[in-house]
Design a protein around this ligand. Structure first.
Ligand SMILES: *[C@@H]1O[C@H](CO)[C@@H](O)[C@H](O)[C@H]1NC(C)=O
Ligand SMILES: *[C@@H]1O[C@H](CO)[C@@H](O)[C@H](O)[C@H]1NC(C)=O
Length: 124
């Protein structure tokens, strides 16, 4: 089971390396097209879960940039404008996805850093 996952991660790494010959494997990859749509969906569902997990309730107003990076899972990084219902904020959202930690309740780690606000971090 573990080796199947290693092979899966390796082949993903290779796929990324071949798709972007100029980027070394593991470097953040800017997202576009379908990857970008999927990443925005992930951002939406993650922020919705954050709100139900006693976190702040943020709505995405605008995605300025999005990238993903393979680092023991997938690290998605977004530069976004978020609304908390009363104010618009410029924020960096990092979503670290490690599906194999699902049973431990640690598959998703989210960090939201908005300008002039404290870091919000949750894991589930
Ligand atoms: C994410 O939510 C916003 C509103 O909160 C919506 O406008 C947008 O279409 C949603 N994006 C996706 C990819 O679901
Ligand atoms: C939105 O953020 C501002 C500034 O951090 C804060 O003063 C305000 O109470 C927040 N509003 C909500 C609805 O959380």
């Amino acid at each position: 089971m573990q080796s199947a996952k290693v092979i899966f991660v390796l082949s993903l790494t290779l796929a990324v390396a071949f798709a972007n010959p100029r980027l070394p494997p593991g470097a953040p990859k800017p997202l576009d097209g379908e990857d970008l749509s999927k990443a925005k969906e992930l951002l939406n569902t993650t922020l919705a879960q954050l709100a139900t997990a006693d976190g702040p309730n943020y709505q995405v107003l605008n995605v300025i940039s999005a990238s993903s990076q393979l680092v023991a899972g997938t690290l998605h990084k977004f530069e976004v404008e978020l609304s908390n219902g009363s104010e618009t904020k410029e924020c960096t959202v990092k979503i670290w996805d490690r599906p194999w930690l699902h049973e431990k309740g640690e598959a998703t780690n989210v960090k939201v850093q908005c300008k002039d606000d404290a870091l919000v971090e949750k894991t589930w």
